[in-house]
Design a protein around this ligand. Structure first.
Ligand SMILES: Nc1ncnc2c1ncn2[C@@H]1O[C@H](COP(=O)(O)OP(=O)(O)O)[C@@H](O)[C@H]1O
Ligand SMILES: [Mg+2]
Length: 148
């Protein structure tokens, strides 16, 4: 896995901006994005920023609860937002119908997706958000490349 970006943010707004930048300049095409970081790190905030890049209003974006996959109609492609926090094993991920979303043309953003890192096939991005202070975060973005 190669690190492709490293950002320090000092506010929620700044993390949102980085989420938007990420889609505009790094992610671009339909992709799989796994978000890691403790509860309250800013994973949902980052996804709100990603949504903005696709013309989706951030108010729409809420943390998905167990078993729910939120689908947002974006331009030029949709955003699928999932949260694997409560999932215990890969079988439960499969039961959710996760793999079906890989066939669609959209960005799939998965909070706690890093729990199952070894089960995902590249290419995918990992966005790791580290809490460095009350209002500060370090955002490390890596990319695992796939077959050419
Ligand atoms: N620099 C920052 N970036 C993102 N969120 C921040 C930052 N500083 C403080 N926060 C706060 O941290 C919380 C992040 O919440 P959320 O995105 O729901 O976390 P997660 O989805 O990772 O559990 C919010 O309450 C937000 O206001
Ligand atoms: Mg969240």
């Amino acid at each position: 896995m190669d690190q492709v970006a490293l950002w320090e943010t000092k506010s929620e707004e700044e993390t949102k901006r980085r989420g938007k930048d990420f889609v505009v300049s790094l992610c671009k095409a339909p992709s799989l994005v796994l978000l890691e970081g403790e509860l309250g790190a800013g994973k949902t905030v980052f996804v709100k920023g990603m949504a903005k890049a696709l013309g989706i209003s951030e108010e729409q974006v809420r943390s998905p609860t167990f078993g729910l996959i939120h689908e947002y109609l974006g331009d030029p492609f949709p955003l699928y937002h999932m949260d694997f926090y409560r999932l215990g094993d890969w079988g439960e991920v499969v039961d959710l119908g996760f793999e079906e979303y890989l066939e669609r043309d959209g960005i799939i953003a998965i909070e706690w997706g890093g729990k199952f890192l070894s089960f995902f096939s590249p290419p995918f991005f990992v966005v790791h958000i580290v809490v460095t202070g009350e209002q500060t975060r370090r955002i490390e973005v890596s990319f695992a490349g796939g077959k050419v």
